[in-house]
Design a binder for this molecule. Sequence first.
Ligand code: HEC
Length: 258
Amino acid sequence: MKNITLLSLVAATVLFTGCGEDAKKAATDAATAATETVKESTANAVDATKDVAKDTASSAMDSVKDAASSVVDSVKGKAAEVTTAAKVEAEKIAAAAAEKVGEVKVAAEAKAADAAQALKDRAAAATESAKETATNAMDSVKDAAAATTAAAGAAVDSVKETASETVEVAKEAVTADNAAGKAAYAKCAGCHGADGKTKALGKSAVIAGQSATELASALAEYKAGTRNVAGMGMLMKGQVASMSDEDMKAVAAYISAL
Ligand code: HEC
């Protein structure tokens, strides 16, 4: 634009300086025309520039819009991707966590089972040892009881033996040392039997085996006339009337030893 204006001015000046009156007029016209042309082209150029600017602005707007929209789209896409990726990651984490939980559960169950087994084993062992202890205790109690029983039996046997020996010795002693009693019984044997086991006249009780005390007191009662068991008290009174207390005690001791 500046170039065109400059050229027109230069041409006008050249024409203006180089020619006469007509030439001057022609040059002035040309200059005027050139100036018009310059004005017009300037106006056109301005319009064109305006249009271009408008277009440029509009297209810039459009491209900005497009760019913005594509940015939005891409952001959306990115966001979607990120969301998807996040979801996937979250699912992975959840799956891993679930797996861990499962593993922990299994491990815990296994541990619990082990612990339960250990407790069972311990209880069984304790029961076993308690049983054993009880059995041992029972055995030792049994042994002790058996030993005690045996000892008691032996003791009883030895006591019995000693007692029977003592009784034998006593009997022998009484019989041997009781010559007076034996002599006194001589007149009794006719009715009560030599062994004292005859019921005298079929009426009296058996006198052998009664205690010396019982026999002595029975004889004393007959002598005193206060005893009459089978209606023959008077008969017995006659038998013992001449006997002293010593005689009656001696014969009572003799009869009890029969
Ligand atoms: C003739 C036979 C006869 C003669 C001998 C005789 N007794 Fe007896 N005796 C009897 C009769 C019968 C009775 C039962 C008396 C009564 O009814 O309580 C008796 C009773 C007894 C009893 C009491 C028995 C009882 O458990 O109730 C004694 C003890 C006894 N005589 C000892 C003797 C002695 C000791 C002699 C010798 C010193 C002797 N007798 C001589 C016949 C006899």
